[in-house]
Design a binder for this molecule. Sequence first.
Ligand SMILES: NC(=O)CCC(=O)C(=O)O
Length: 264
Amino acid sequence: MKIKVFQFEIHFGAVEENIQKVEELFNGASLENIDTVVLPEMWTTGYDLENIDKHATENLHPVFDAMAKLAKRHDVNIVAGSVANNKGKGVLNTAFVVDRQGKFVHEYSKIHLVPMLNEPNFLIGGENSADVFEIDGEKMGVVICYDLRFPELFRDLSLEGAKVIYVVAEWPIERTEHWLTLLKARAIENQCYVVASNTIGTQPTGTTFAGNSLIVNPFGEVLAQATSDEEVAIEGDLNLEYIKGIRKDIPIFDSRKKEFYKFL
Ligand SMILES: NC(=O)CCC(=O)C(=O)O
């Protein structure tokens, strides 16, 4: 399963420009052998939270339609990062997935809003857990940025059968070590692939983002890593059969003692 992760700078609060930019990235990339393309968090707006009401999609439209067109044109699945999204009760931070036929597969709205970037003052949290979805017959999950700090979410997804967990993010540069360490830890402890897309550049809020988009295998080895300050695409060839071998050699799922875990 071949994955391409786009890492790019987001034009602050410029939805149309960002959609156009993503279209150009798809049209300029070599995608012939790629199964799935991954985008970062809140890529249509960045952290323009003061204006987030006016930027938000209505139930993912019209951004969904633009992604569906790209998926069909390039014959790829898209883990379409996340966007500010209004479903009637306030603005959510919603990740979504579109398949090669341009069909809606899955959505997940961030449940852990990040206090350090002021999200709780402008956004509402998702009301559903991060469930698995299937693309090309394989189970996967997607979570959003600050969610990375909550191992429970990753454990739930892997217990439900996710072999790949996507992390779509706008992770700040001062916590780069947390980003890299936690991505590897989540892959090792759940023995699954972790595929992460982050943004770069400094937004007018003063936050500079860490880049370092990453693909980690179930043994914790880095298959591909972007730099901290460049617009690049990284690629990984995920061998989902490899997961079986790792889980046989280090059988953590068989060794679990859930009767002793107090808060699960
Ligand atoms: N966009 C985010 O959720 C950032 C998370 C973050 O800054 C952190 O966990 O640290």
